[in-house]
Ligand binder design. Sequence first.
Ligand code: BMA
Length: 330
Amino acid sequence: MARMLPELFSSSVITRWGAGEPVLSKRNIPYEAECVFNAGVAKYQGKYVMVFRNDYQFDGVGGFGRCVLGAAFSDDGVSWSVRRKPFLTVEGLNDPEITRVYDPRLTVMDGRCYMCFAVDTRHGLRGGIAVTEDFESVDILSLSAPDNRNMVLFPEKIGGMYMRLERPMPVYSRGGNRFDLWASRSPDLRYWGDTSLVLAVEDVYYANDKIGPGAPPIRTKEGWLTLFHAVDIDHSRGKNGWETSWQKRYCAGVMLLDLEDPTKIRGLYREPLIAPETRYETDDGFRTNVIFPGGMIAENDGTVKIYYGASDTVECLATAHVDDLIRLCL
Ligand code: BMA
């Protein structure tokens, strides 16, 4: 496919696992699956755990009849063994308002695995926070007011409060699809408030549409290493992927947030961290040119594993050294 303009490139600190081959795709799933992507990943009880989104039953135009969350486990973060049944479905949520559940993000805190996720409901999009012990059932702790999603939890209390990043969608006041990245605090993961703006779309030069959180942040000596997604749109691009009218591009960006007050940005890398470049990212798939980072694992040797959905179709992995990621931001 011809390159999109303006041309955007990944940082040279990024190495794609398998030269951009997926670490998880429909081929790995023991039940009906089509697009397997936008996963949350964490280390939990000595294993890597991944909760991924699986869209299937393509309607031939722009959507899928079904969307479920599946669970997979791994000893090395690369080879995954997928649980035989989906982990969470709309039916499993047992709430007639909810019509779709998607985009899971995992954070381990105090030995428990928390999952943020998005739901479409009959009255708007909501961001949820749940906790699971066994990846078979969840207890829902909170559901936001609509429209809000892309929530991620920090892995510890900060100043005595839980914190999350989130992306509300103010359709009137921002002039359409211009959405920014915000943070809120909570004493108990249930009641959220004290909300403030962290990063606005106009501060990301390679985005002209919207931004939002990506993977849950990880603590480094220089600040909270934080990924986000950043979207640009150009209506002259024409159709890309199987979808009939896809004209957006999603990149992964990186910033460092202040350790004591993560509503303050300590450093922001001005260029994309990961831009769509490989075959799975630009040519193959439902919505091409989408990099959607959802998981980040800091290894003891300084390697950071970054998991991202590619083209809303497969799940890929990139690595970088934590010092290089910090250096980009400062
Ligand atoms: C967003 C979400 C993501 C998806 C992205 C690109 O609005 O639906 O799950 O990856 O669009 O299609």
